[in-house]
Design a protein around this ligand. Sequence first.
Ligand SMILES: Cc1ncc(COP(=O)(O)O)c(C=O)c1O
Length: 382
Amino acid sequence: MTQATAIYGELLRRLDSEGRLRRIPAEYRPGMVDLCSNDYLGLATRMQELQAEFGRRFGDAPMSSSASRLLSGRQRHYAMLEERLGDLYRRSALLFNSGYHANTGCISALNHPGTLFVCDKLIHASIVDGLRCGGCEFTRFRHNDMEALRKIVAKKSSDYDRLVVVTESIFSMDGDEAPLRELAEIKRSNPKVMLYLDEAHGFGVRGDRGLGLAEEQGLMGEFDILILTFGKAAASSGAAAVCDAEMRDYLLNTARSFIFSTALPPACAAWTYMMIEKIEGMTEERDRLKSLGEEFRCQMPPHAKELCPSTSQIIPFITGDPVKAVELARRIGDAGYLALPIRRPTVPPGGDRIRLSLNAALDIGRLSTLFDILESYETGIS
Ligand SMILES: Cc1ncc(COP(=O)(O)O)c(C=O)c1O
């Protein structure tokens, strides 16, 4: 440690003393119940069978693109996936290397003089980073508060050429849903409003064909840009922006995370293509996930239920304190469940929690010890 680097050690020790030190978790122990991954449809639990099928059908897909998309001669598998997404959404699609790349790239690319970004208070860090990277002017409205949003739109629309309203369909930490119908009404009532919806946690999980919450509500066409991510329900990696053809051309000319980064391996695009084929027909898994969520919330202790805004597969158990969240995660882990603590800055101060993430392959019968632990945490009797 030199004088120049000593400060980083000090900062680390401060994080530790506040219960906010992050550590990479251990590998699953055999038999552990997964309550932390975003494998909502349980596709990742079928890897052996799916990888065998992939080998037969796409075994020749390259493991490296060897260049950014705009400089690569290997396009076939990306084009196949983008065309499939285009058919499903009846729009155009542009692939990104991850949801993080998609949000940072698209949000900063949309910045142009005369643009105000109007964002839900709880938007994902990748969107916040996009606002920062792009030097965007932005304001925030209280989480899911459409009255507050309407007021901002009314007040600001004469000062700007466009107001880009940014939100998530299913919120990554609270598991609640954005009021899409009201957002669409706000857009219809003001031609300066443009809608940007991150479907990271809705894609695969909601809608008849798993296209997301906007599909479920018959509102896909209302959103100027939909962001899909493939590292969650699709058991893959990467992301896509779904938009009209002109916007796609604009993004591929301006989104820096698209232009200046080596494209994901073509094999990954082929894998996502195959996963999307499966996802379309996984209605039973979607129904099961929905009822698992309902059943889980029913069995939560009363106070935790009161604090839980979730209407989806993502269920927060709020401790309100980082040290308590870490300690509870440890107890849960010792009992054979992998569920991890989420602390500031991922959630606002006082919102420390265990994020419980359900998947369609989960046997709720295996959760009785978990419910006992949560109950005893709440009552203080263990
Ligand atoms: C709402 C939301 N958007 C974007 C991302 C980033 O996606 P990726 O993991 O593909 O980078 C996440 C990831 O957690 C997310 O929750």
